[in-house]
Design a protein around this ligand. Structure first.
Ligand code: 2AL
Length: 244
């Protein structure tokens, strides 16, 4: 099975680390194709970044479909362009936030999310509501570190900053598991789990495993109703390549 793992921002180093996290959990026979858009924001930390990144995600999904991949993972915690990407694809398309929420909800009653900047909290909260997961979440907590600073900070300090928030969620709110709220945290679940004594879910790993399971079950995106292929029409100007 070929799984296209799309990092929606244009950071090559984050794309590589997301690809490594995906390969670490994938079955030996699964091929992971990690990629990021050619054009778009260096990191995604708000509604504006998300709106522009979504177009890049759709372009990558189209390339993946043309190359014959079996499933697509959108590896940014805002799941930018998720439903639009499903219109383009017949295979499953899985966002890392929705994958992490669903997996977390199977192993605890209520989980906490630890994400990056406070301004991105509302994005995670909107997703929880859209996915019917609000009741499963104690809180969305923030370490107030910008996405591109995660790497620069170094793993030890980053684990400490995430653990600080996770322990507050565990001890004050009764969170039973922690969801890591950024693709740039994909290599940290084991270390954070060891530090806080709770299961820790990284959405990249969760999404890759769900994609494999859906593939094994022979399930892909429903092409009935709103997720049917986009209606054939012209697109003007720089989006002309999306026209049919
Ligand atoms: C993200 C993410 O996962 N990748 C990115 O560029 N921004 N989300 C976040 N909350 O920081």
């Amino acid at each position: 099975m070929k799984i296209q793992v799309i990092n929606p921002n244009t950071s090559r180093s984050m794309t590589a680390s997301i690809g490594r996290a995906a390969m670490a959990v994938a079955r030996p026979e699964t091929e992971i194709i990690a990629c990021c858009p050619q054009d778009g924001p260096a990191s995604i930390e708000g509604h504006f970044d998300e709106a522009i990144a979504a177009v890049g995600v759709l372009e990558e999904v189209r390339k993946g479909v043309a190359a014959g991949v079996d499933a697509h993972v959108i590896a940014c915690f805002g799941d930018p362009g998720l439903l639009a990407a499903r219109e383009l694809a017949r295979g499953p398309v899985i966002g890392i936030a929705e994958a992490a929420f669903h997996v977390a909800s199977l192993i605890c009653t209520r989980f906490a999310v630890v994400t990056t900047l406070t301004r991105t909290r509302i994005i995670a909260e909107h997703l929880l509501r859209n996915y019917g997961m609000t009741e499963h979440c104690t809180s969305v907590r923030c370490v107030d570190i910008a996405v591109l600073e995660l790497e620069a900070l170094g793993e030890d300090l980053l684990v400490e900053r995430i653990a600080e928030q996770a322990l507050l969620a565990r001890d004050q709110e009764g969170a039973g598991a922690i969801v890591l709220g950024c693709g740039g945290m994909a290599d940290l679940p084991a270390r954070v789990s060891e530090r806080v004594g709770l299961p820790v879910i990284d959405g990249v790993a969760a999404a890759v495993k769900l994609a494999e399971v859906l593939g094994e079950l022979g399930l892909g995106t429903s092409k009935h109703g709103d997720l049917a292929y986009p209606l054939a029409k012209g697109f003007a100007g720089r989006f002309g390549h999306f026209g049919m």
